[in-house]
Design a protein. Structure first.
Length: 153
């Protein structure tokens, strides 16, 4: 099973729009990354997002680019401050899943999956507005590759 962890693209400020949709830069970032992911044959069977607008918009870009037939929905335990409890929902899963969410949740989830819970400094290694791919093996999870987002247009 492959798990794709996608941090949402850059969002507008809460003073500009309290719902914080993707900014123009954020749309460009997720369109580029989802296109690169599709070129790398990323084809999730399931796409879950946090329910926040910017995460849903990011998930939609991956859905369109990678597999418009994938199951698509909001999921619990994906808010920025949530512990990595969504990992429990992944137990026994055989489908490839893409999670579109937020920092610091995605960084904590990645550390939890690869067995690096004791090193909070490693959260800096998750690419801001990027994508990290991990694979479930018999003895745990292992990172496979990652894509970094451009920070300017």
């Amino acid at each position: 099973m492959l798990l794709y962890l996608a941090h949402h693209g850059a969002a507008v400020s809460p003073t500009e729009d309290p719902q914080r949709p993707l900014s123009s830069l954020g749309r460009t970032q997720v369109d580029r990354l989802s296109g690169e992911a599709a070129q790398r044959k990323v084809r999730p069977d399931v796409i879950w997002h946090s329910g926040k607008l910017r995460a849903r918009q990011t998930a939609e870009a991956y859905w369109r680019a990678c597999n418009p037939l994938a199951e698509f929905s909001a999921a619990r335990w994906m808010q920025p401050g949530d512990p990595p409890r969504i990992a429990d929902r992944l137990l026994g899963e055989t489908r490839n899943i893409l999670l579109a969410g937020h920092m610091p949740h995605l960084a904590r989830l990645l550390r939890h999956l690869i067995g690096d819970d004791d090193d909070p400094a490693s959260s800096a290694s998750f690419p801001f507005n990027g994508l990290v791919v991990v694979e479930q093996l018999e003895n745990g999870w292992e990172e496979r590759w990652r894509l970094e987002a451009a920070t300017t247009t």
